[in-house]
Design a binder for this molecule. Structure first.
Ligand SMILES: O=P(O)(O)OC[C@H]1O[C@](O)(CO)[C@@H](O)[C@@H]1O
Ligand SMILES: O=C[C@H](O)[C@H](O)COP(=O)(O)O
Length: 941
């Protein structure tokens, strides 16, 4: 009989400290039971990490599991692990039956992430117990401070528990008492205690591993008398534990339970492979043989013991006095067993958590390879790479992605960020309720509408605009238009393209109190009443707004055709995957269900249990945050394939409004023309979004050159337009993560509010007195007037040409700065081209990043960062006389006056914040822009 098999005669049960699918499926486990008398199996996160990440055993099952539905790495791991546990439980069942429930167990550990959370541990243990559903399962719970009360509760419910990460005798006593208390509770509830089993996994080799190092340091320092203590502490500690076991499970209280059929909670020697290769490989088996114990051995230890182990019955009880003397000598030498064992618990949780991270990371990688997600690749220099790696480590160690998903505001500033995380779950939620949108879409289609006009600002309009431009017009569905400007010409241009009888308006405002959509509504309501009459106008209006808003009340009162609700815990720039994006999407004929399904892959990929280095959103966020914070690369330059180019405008708002505050933040740059590599400073990160089938060679060549020149480049391959939802979510997570690194609250917009207040004061003044005083220009010529506040005027000096003013003004932009052109004029192709030419000229001349925003649109987007972000912007505000103004029904002010007030409010706040800003006012926008262009050319020839 081999040594392993002989253990049975000593009263010790050998268990296997290892699980892997082939071991179960190829019959090896069965052989171990039959040939060697194996009585049980243990697993832990490290074991599953080796099995799943380190073998090919699981590939087919994983693929099959993902075939019908996508799952996150935790669900995949559990699916794979639970299948193994169930199968192993079946193989061990005969042992369980034979030993009347004393042996024949397989253990599955609760997530190490929960080790310091009693309630979560209890819930997880219950869940696993149910999911495995086998009588011979033991759920492993760590003997941490939080774990011990969980153990009591779970035993009290009749679950069989393997207590893990036990190192210290006093803690072991607490555990044994928790077991007894749990049994008493269970018996008190009428439970059959004979069905409850438990082992206390007392770790051995890890103790020697630490103590030997401390001893060796002292020996090296000259205390050679300590030499005989090497390799002795763990066994001595275990012997004392065994002595306690015998005492704890005897006496009246225990006898009463035993009379009801209760089993003692056996000590299970764990961590029994030698970590010091100079020790005999069977050391922690031979010395710890004892009645009523278990020894769980990894395969190599088991093979060694089978091969050459010596069976010494009751070895664990031999020379107990010697063991105590060893522990005493250790204390005397200044080594604290109490401290070592306490540290080992913390380290043990960390080791298992690290293994779990690795395991989930490996599973996430395998998952990503088999689902349809946009892939991203990053090129950076080594310094940035290693700074990102260091930050990743920290995020991993602190479980920050899990914390983010749990809504832990300490990830950010601890203010109220937890109130703004509704976007994390919105895709699943909307997908579950997609039927409402499908019915709505049918109603729109059958209504025969030719035009769909969205009235809204910032987050309420930029997302729908991306969807409309990227997906294109769907035949048979209304054509999408968007109004986010108070410029009278812009409103007229839009109105001219509409056939109001066949137009549906979506008034979109979360707050329902934003000035622009309200006055757009007033205007088109009046037009619609003129067109279809008082009784029918509201049939042409839909409202998307947060519950309880003033807009909702108005829409109800007026009986709008549809009213959809947003989610209060989702801010505007994070709202595209809620009704704010989906209602317009459905109305323009996009297959919303499919869009959400595709997007959900990214949500899953960025999930709570996807470690940061496999998590596409977190990875991007770390890059953006670290590049800005540590390397001053805070300009995020967005380059995108033409068909998805509009993503840039949405990204601008997300990034700028979220991060640009308190003097920090990222400055996004959308649609900046490509330039020679030499014009880019070291303050940039480039994000290149390439749509499959729409790749532009010039863009790719350009980006390759930028990467070659050492700029950080993120390339994101968007598989098709339906995959842009994935980018919405990736960037939302990335922005939240970058915000955490930068150290701001990514969910507020304090500086936008500031200019709104100033604007309101001005529009109120218009209402009251019909106008507001204008400052005198510092210069005027050829229909162009320059306005500057005192401080900027003084900084620029007095000059006699527009070109010199511009040269002086933009001459203030240096490396690391950016130039932003803020144009309160109609956003159309001609104006866009003129401004683009000016922007490019300035970029090339000053070699700084450039932005272009049309007002008031950008106020609800990048405006936050311009006013609240780093003071590195040099601004040119452009205003113009309106050739034809438009009245706002119900108000004494006009659209032109609102726009002027918005420009003035914006300017005042920029000035107040000490920004370098100049305003040029054009008498006629067309000729004025030409004049401006010439002046810039002249200034920087
Ligand atoms: O949807 P609302 O409430 O009209 O707001 C529109 C936009 O205005 C802002 O609140 C700030 O200007 C944005 O964050 C938002 O997207
Ligand atoms: O239950 C088993 C334990 O998790 C295992 O024995 C730990 O062993 P190690 O210290 O070799 O990792």
């Amino acid at each position: 009989m081999n040594a392993l098999k002989q253990l049975a005669e000593t009263g010790q049960a050998p268990w296997l400290d290892f699980v892997q699918r082939h071991l179960i499926q190829q019959g090896d486990l069965k052989t171990l039971i039959e040939r060697d008398g194996l009585k049980g199996v243990t697993s832990n996160p490290s074991i599953f990490e080796k099995a799943i990440a380190g073998s090919k055993d699981y590939g087919d099952d994983l693929a099959a599991f993902l075939k019908h539905a996508d799952h996150g790495p935790m669900a995949i791991y559990e699916h794979l692990a639970i299948a193994d546990i169930k199968e192993a439980a079946d193989v061990l069942l005969p042992v369980f039956k034979e030993t009347k429930g004393r042996d024949g167990f397989i253990s599955l550990e609760v997530s190490p992430y929960l080790a310091n959370d009693t309630e979560a541990t209890i819930a997880e243990a219950r869940r696993l117990w149910k999911a495995v559903g086998k009588p011979n399962l033991m759920v492993k719970v760590p003997a941490t401070t939080a774990g011990i009360p969980a153990i009591r509760t779970l035993i009290g419910e009749g679950l069989s528990i393997n207590v893990t990460l036990l190192f210290a005798v006093p803690v072991y006593e607490e555990v044994a008492k928790a077991y007894i208390a749990g049994l008493e509770h269970f018996a008190g509830q009428g439970g059959d205690v004979s069905k409850v089993a438990s082992v206390a996994s007392f770790f051995v080799s890890r103790i020697d591993n630490v103590i030997d190092k401390q001893l060796q340091a002292k020996i090296d320092a000259g205390d050679t008398a300590l030499k005989p203590l090497l390799g002795k502490a763990a066994i001595a500690n275990a012997k004392v534990a065994y002595e306690r076991y015998k005492k704890l499970f005897s006496g009246k209280a225990w006898d009463a339970l035993a009379a009801k059929g209760a089993h003692t909670q056996r000590l299970l020697w764990a961590s029994t492979s030698v970590k010091n290769p100079t020790y005999p490989d069977t050391l922690y088996v031979e010395t710890l043989i004892g009645r009523d114990t278990v020894n769980t051995m990894p395969p190599a230890t088991m093979d060694a013991f089978r091969d050459h182990g010596k069976v010494v019955p009751d070895a664990v009880e031999q020379d107990l006095a010697g063991g105590r003397a060893i522990l005493k000598s250790l204390e005397k030498s200044g080594i604290s067993l109490e401290k070592v064992t306490a540290d080992l618990v913390v380290d043990g949780v960390k080791q298992f958590a690290d293994a779990f991270d690795k395991l989930l990371g490996a599973v996430a990688e395998k998952r990503a390879a088999s689902v349809s997600v946009n892939k991203a690749t990053v090129e950076t220099d080594d310094a940035l790479k290693s700074a990102i790696a260091a930050e990743q480590k920290q995020w991993l160690a602190e479980g920050k992605i899990r914390k983010l998903w749990e809504g832990d505001k300490s990830v950010w500033t601890g203010k109220d960020e937890d109130h703004w995380l509704g976007w994390l779950d919105i895709v699943r939620h909307e997908h579950d309720h997609v039927g409402t949108l499908a019915r709505f879409a049918e109603a729109v289609k059958s209504g025969g509408f030719a035009h769909l006009v969205l009235l809204g600002m910032g987050g309420s309009s930029l997302g729908p605009e991306v969807l409309a431009k990227s997906f294109g017009h769907h035949a048979g569905w209304p054509r999408f238009h968007m109004l986010d400007s108070t410029d009278p010409a812009q409103i007229r241009t839009l109105e001219r393209t509409l056939d109001l009888k066949k137009t549906m308006f979506i008034v979109s405002s979360k707050s329902g109190s934003t000035l622009e959509p309200n006055i757009f509504l007033a205007y088109f309501k009046a037009r619609m009443i003129e067109t279809v009459g008082d009784a029918h106008w509201a049939e042409h209006f839909i409202a998307v707004t947060d519950p309880g808003s003033a807009l909702e009340a108005e829409a109800r009162k007026d009986r709008f055709a549809h009213i959809f609700h947003g989610v209060k815990s989702i801010g505007g720039r994070y709202s595209v995957l809620s009704k704010f994006g989906l209602v317009p999407a459905a109305a323009m004929g996009i297959d919303v269900a499919r869009f959400l399904e595709i997007t959900a892959h990214m949500v899953t990929g960025c999930g709570a249990n996807v470690p940061v280095d496999q998590n596409p959103g977190a990875e991007l966020g770390l890059l953006l945050g670290i590049a800005a914070k540590q390397f001053k690369r805070d300009k995020v330059t967005i380059i995108a394939s033409p068909k998805i180019a509009d993503l840039g405008a949405w990204l601008e708002q997300l990034i700028a409004e979220s991060t640009g505050k308190q003097g920090h933040g990222l400055i996004p740059l959308d649609s900046e023309p490509l330039g020679d590599v030499s014009v880019y400073g070291k303050d940039r990160v480039f994000a290149y979004l390439v749509l499959d089938g729409n790749e532009q060679k010039a863009q790719s060549v350009h980006v390759a050159a930028l990467a070659k020149a050492g700029h950080p480049v993120v390339r994101i391959a968007v598989r098709d337009v339906a995959h842009i939802g994935q980018e919405f979510f990736r960037w939302e997570i990335a922005t939240a993560v970058a915000g955490a690194i930068i150290g701001i609250n990514p969910f507020d917009q304090p500086d936008v509010e500031a200019s709104k207040i100033k604007t309101r004061a001005l529009t109120d003044a218009y209402e009251k007195s019909g106008g507001v005083a204008q400052n005198e220009p510092v210069f005027r010529a050829n229909g162009v007037a320059i306005h500057a506040d005192a401080k900027n005027a003084e900084a620029l000096g007095r000059h006699n040409s527009l070109a010199t003013y511009l040269a002086k003004h933009f001459g203030r932009a240096h490396a690391g700065d950016y130039i932003a052109i803020l144009a309160y004029i109609e956003r159309n192709e001609a104006h866009g081209k003129a401004l683009e030419a000016i922007r490019t000229r300035l970029r090339d001349a000053r070699k700084v990043a450039t932005c272009l925003g049309f007002g008031p649109r950008f106020l609800h987007s990048t405006g936050q960062a311009y006013k609240g972000g780093p003071n590195s912007g040099v601004f040119l505000q452009i205003t113009a006389d309106d050739a034809h103004d438009l009245p706002v029904p119900g108000h004494s002010y006009s659209f032109g006056q609102v726009k002027a007030a918005q420009a003035q409010g914006d300017l005042s706040v920029l000035v107040e914040r000490g920004r370098r800003v100049l305003r040029v006012h054009l008498k006629d926008v067309g000729t004025g822009l030409k004049e401006l262009q010439q002046a810039v050319d002249h200034a920087f020839h």
